[in-house]
Design a protein around this ligand. Sequence first.
Ligand code: SF4
Length: 359
Amino acid sequence: MRSKTSATVDDHRPVATSLSQKLLHWYDQHRRHLPWRAEPGAAADPYRVLVSELMLQQTTVATVTGRFEPFLSRFPDIESLANADESDVLHAWQGLGYYRRARALHAAARDVMSKHQGRLPETAEALRDLPGIGDYTAKAVAAIAFGQPVLPIDGNGVRVLARIFAIETPLPKAANDVRALATAFEPTERPADLAQAVMDLGATICRPQKPLCEVCPWQDECQGRRAGCAESLPKRARKAKRPVRQGVAFLLTRSDGAILFRKRPPRGLLGGLHELPTSTWLPAPLDRDAAIAEAPAQLNWRFHEQPVRHVFTHFTLELDLAEAETQHPPEGLWQSCTALEQLALPTLVKKLLRQAGRM
Ligand code: SF4
């Protein structure tokens, strides 16, 4: 007896084949031209595919487009990336956020050099064994770089397939249902193009709001469209409110104008990046006196009126910005305002420096 999932996948295979053909026909005319993508008929460079896939997780195409080539100029191949210092990799990653991905890419490059003779493994299973490479990235690289018959499904793909099959289950369970169904699409022909076609359809036609169903190659088959509920899919479970943490960031200036920075511990949030010294980030409300006790020097700190807010995945951070000058600079990393680009500064710190008019 077949399981429910395998029955569903098998039942969807004929329609998946026909949908794939329509989508590839559409892709041949409407594909996006992106800096990391091979042109039609050209072989993809696995290293460029790997870098782009890591960058594109949680970062928009527009942002990655501006950062991809500078990163590739600095680290043109997997060997140069593997041999780089982590601080240089984090520095080159500035502006992309979620630095965990930069560390994963760096660790993966080192693994490829030490265990795979400098060549990326070709199958999704072997790619998944590299540090920091999850199921989606492994399938994306396997399909796009090596033509393996797998279909990577990211958030865009989940949205498209949830609409096509009118899956009413809320996220995150809907994503599991969709990924199970996606195996019905696993292609034997043009896997790279099909993977990229699903990405392009989700990005340009089956958008989160106001999908352009009238020009969609799947409009005839789309059950969500027929039921009139496409835009509301996939449904979302009600989210718990993101907690707020608060603290004080200390901008301490020396008489020559240099600012005191420190480096965060290598692992964990913003690991290995530079920051202004801060008090401990604690659940609101902020106790300013307790926070000032953690300042790098006991001085007359002047507070900005507005805190700087930054949203992390699991909490929102609000930092009050305090400034002071010192004639007796403590030991530490002092950096001139004209050489800030030498530091790996996360967006949070750039926001603080901008508020203080130092960037
Ligand atoms: S018909 Fe509309 S909802 Fe359905 S896949 Fe196409 S764009 Fe998305």
